[in-house]
Design a protein around this ligand. Structure first.
Ligand code: NAD
Length: 431
């Protein structure tokens, strides 16, 4: 079905093409996989409708005595292959459309790397940088309590995403445990190691980006150790990806965050830049770097570009300017479908989010398994298993892309959606 045609009778509002934004992009991606689903196409509506959407009011006392209200969401897109799994984002621009799309991308990603999870995502419309630590804790606890009716170690397991971290996960776990009256370490992943977190989780997403990036580079005859890399976003995913590429000998020539873009032709000293960022110093104060305008980032001469900030960054307006031969999507949804087409026509390889950033959820899966067994693995064991899963998943996807002559994104959707719909088909419908 053309997504621009009228939705079927009784269709919910989010199937209406007027409801665009990230969810609309996801619906377009589903259309691209439709011809490859065979018999399973009869279940495709499963992919086009989230299983469950919860919108919650999150009222908190501010430090100055006022009462503030924030809007929160938890969306469980699909649970055919296992409990819902996906991060929680605190950002002033979070929308329901965005959380729906992010939850759906989690379903595809979890199936693509074959971990036994469905897809879910959460978010609160708040700029956490404007909150004190106590306000942030109250917000986290109230939000967790509100979504507590649908999360749980066997139901839906949140994790960190933009502007949420190990401390936020600790508060979420504690709130859930208090409400349940039992210890439930497996209700969230990305926890501090001292509270049942996993070694290697903090670096896992960046390590996955690096692992699939290296594999993809080999396929196109690119030598990573001689490459120049530009990274958008210098938080968890961007900084670790940059660090691992630099360790492999690459020159990280440009880094951008939400305020500044810096450039150094000889390569930025990434460990020093990470220490600089941890101190809270602005990127444009980093010694020895040239400061560029935000929009100049897209013109930087580089071989690899890693968007690791937010969605819809690479669009029809800047895709033609990108000089990289390969884009590795650390962020979720950074490239619009129109930009995908422009890049493909220019022979720029896009390693899509649904495989490139799956390292985080893979080690989250290890964390969840370790919590259930209360038996913890060494970091070497974790990293080795992570690399193996990512390499194997990428090899399958690369082969599908070759066999069917489709982009890596469509190939990943073919692998992921087929697994989801096969599970749906095996379960049948209740009642
Ligand atoms: P983070 O909060 O640690 O970092 C986000 C970074 O993006 C910051 O450096 C911020 O300054 C920058 N940024 C924000 N808006 C920007 C803009 N308009 N232009 C340029 N830079 C901007 O978040 P994170 O956990 O690193 O997540 C980044 C992306 O990776 C998100 O899309 C997230 O969904 C995805 N992701 C994260 C994980 C994980 O394990 N953390 C896993 C999979 C995918």
């Amino acid at each position: 079905m053309d997504i621009n045609s009228s939705p079927p009778t009784g269709a919910p509002s989010y199937l209406d093409p007027a409801h665009f934004g990230p969810w609309g992009i996801y619906l377009q991606q589903v259309e691209r996989v439709r011809p490859y689903l065979g018999e399973l196409e009869r279940w495709i509506e499963t992919l086009r409708r989230p299983r469950r959407i919860l919108i919650v009011d999150v009222p908190i006392h501010m430090d100055d005595g006022r009462i503030a209200h924030f809007e929160g969401y938890r969306v469980q897109h699909n649970t055919s292959r296992g409990p819902g799994k996906g991060g929680v984002r605190f950002h002033q621009d979070v929308t329901l459309s965005e959380v729906m799309a992010l939850s759906a991308w989690m379903s595809v990603k979890n199936a693509a790397v074959n971990v036994p999870f469905g897809g879910a995502k959460g978010g609160v419309r708040v700029d956490p940088k404007t909150l004190s630590r106590n306000e942030l804790e109250r917000l986290t606890r109230r939000y967790t309590s509100e979504i507590g009716i649908i999360i749980g170690p066997n139901k839906d397991i949140p994790a960190p995403d933009v502007n949420t971290n190990e401390q936020v996960m600790a508060w979420m776990m504690d709130t859930y445990a208090m409400n349940e009256g039992s210890n439930a370490t497996g209700v969230v992943t990305g926890k501090p190691v001292d509270l049942g977190g996993s070694l290697g989780r903090r670096e896992a997403t960046g390590r996955g980006v690096f692992t699939v990036g290296q594999a993809a580079a080999r396929h196109i005859g690119m030598d990573v150790s001689k490459s120049r890399v530009a990274v958008q976003g210098f938080g968890n995913v961007g900084s670790v990806s940059a660090k691992l590429f630099a360790l492999a000998g690459a020159r990280v020539v440009a880094v951008q965050d939400h305020q500044h873009t810096i450039y150094a032709e000889a390569g930025l000293d990434i460990p020093a830049l990470m220490a600089h960022a941890v101190r809270g110093d602005a990127l444009n104060d980093f010694p020895g770097a040239q400061v560029l305008g935000q929009d100049q980032f897209w013109d930087v001469d580089c071989d690899i570009m890693i968007p690791a900030a937010l969605e819809q960054q690479i669009t029809a307006t800047n895709a033609a300017r990108i000089k990289a031969r390969m884009i590795i999507e650390g962020a979720n949804g950074p490239t619009t479908p129109e930009a995908d087409d422009i890049l493909q026509a220019r022979n720029v390889l896009v390693v899509p989010d649904v495989i490139a950033n799956a390292g985080g959820v893979t080690v989250s899966y290890f964390e969840w398994v370790q919590d259930f067994s209360s038996f913890f693995w060494s970091e070497d064991e974790i990293n080795a298993r992570l690399v193996r899963i990512m390499q194997e998943a990428f090899a399958v996807i690369w082969q599908v892309a070759q066999d069917k002559q489709v982009s890596l994104r469509t190939a990943t959707f073919i692998v992921g959606c087929t697994r989801i719909l096969h599970a749906r088909d095996l379960r049948g419908l209740y009642p």
